[in-house]
Design a protein around this ligand. Sequence first.
Ligand code: PXP
Length: 403
Amino acid sequence: MPVAIANHYTDRSAEDRCKLSIRSVRIIAEKVQRHLGVSDYNVNIVLTDDDEIRQLNATYRHRDSPTNVLSFPFAEGAEQNLQALPVRELGDIIISVDTAEKESNMYNQQLMYRLGWLIIHGFLHLLGHDHERSSEAAREMEIFEQHLLTQVFSKRSRQMIQLAINVDHVATIRQARGGSEPDPVFAASLCEQAGASGIVVHLREDRRHIQDRDVYLLRKTIKTRLNLEMAANKEIVDIALDVGPDMITLVPEKRQELTTEGGLDVISQKKKLAKTVKKFDKAGIPVSIFVDPDADQIQASHDIGARFVEIHTGRYCDATSEDQRDAEFDLVAAAAEEASQRGLMVNGGHGLNYYNTGRIASLETLEELSIGHAIISRAVFTGIEQAVKDMLQIIHTSRQHLF
Ligand code: PXP
């Protein structure tokens, strides 16, 4: 569930003065939520000033002074058994940006890093940690906070890169005869059993492979995450809102192309895309944008409210010389870094196969790879489960030097 952010902080100059970014607050909060395994629970974060937090501190804690963060759990003691909560609600975290800014200056930290610590601190209180209970509890909470800070802010993420599998080409074979076999829904289930962490399908306007029925059935059957790839056109947007995938990826779409040919040009259609992103945001569906490895497109994706970008790896994969491949790899790496610095979550994909994926998967800024054609092609010879396992082996060993 997305973290709800309410911004009561009215000092607009803070955005320039101390690089306050509400979007980055949300992204940090959702990373913390994921690391704590409570992504299914609603959390509200209120950013405010010293005046308001002082009033709340006085009312609820009888301390008439500003503080940095206050947590209000939805139900006291609920952390013992989250499942028993009547609703999936953890509670509210109130943060004073004024105090956070003072503290960031005092400790010589960036404001967003300080806010990250306060968000973590707030979450841990919601989950029942309390440093005021005893010195042991304080020590335990501090260690946990440090651990989470490293997880959330470290570029050298120790998390395994995830593999999402695009099963469009199973549908391509089915459509060749217009019957019901092979079924991409069954293929998706086998991919999950083999260890995939997500399933991707592209519902094209021309329905050349995936059909509406597939998307609706996948929504009911898959147990990992459904990422619906789509163009930002009204018909498909309406279907996507009706289906409710776990995320969507906006791509450009041309009728004549064999596959998605390039990243989306976000800059030239910012207004339209911002509206689409907002619609999905309202429905609680995070949006990723498939972009070329280009800093301006990444900036534009950030500006219109996307939470993810998927960096197009096609030119790296299609390079015809080692020099060209190195140059394209550097562009992908720089783009992933740029997006990560902006607080976006970063996926990658297109054209990846059993020979070129290892290098891309070693990029620590990437969260997930989206791979289709190579895996479905190998599956013809090895079976789909083996094809998935072979790819997982490659992407998992690519980061072994980090462990
Ligand atoms: N990511 C996006 C945005 C795509 O459009 C595609 C192709 O459908 C892929 C990833 C997967 O590409 P491939 O089939 O070459 O692995």
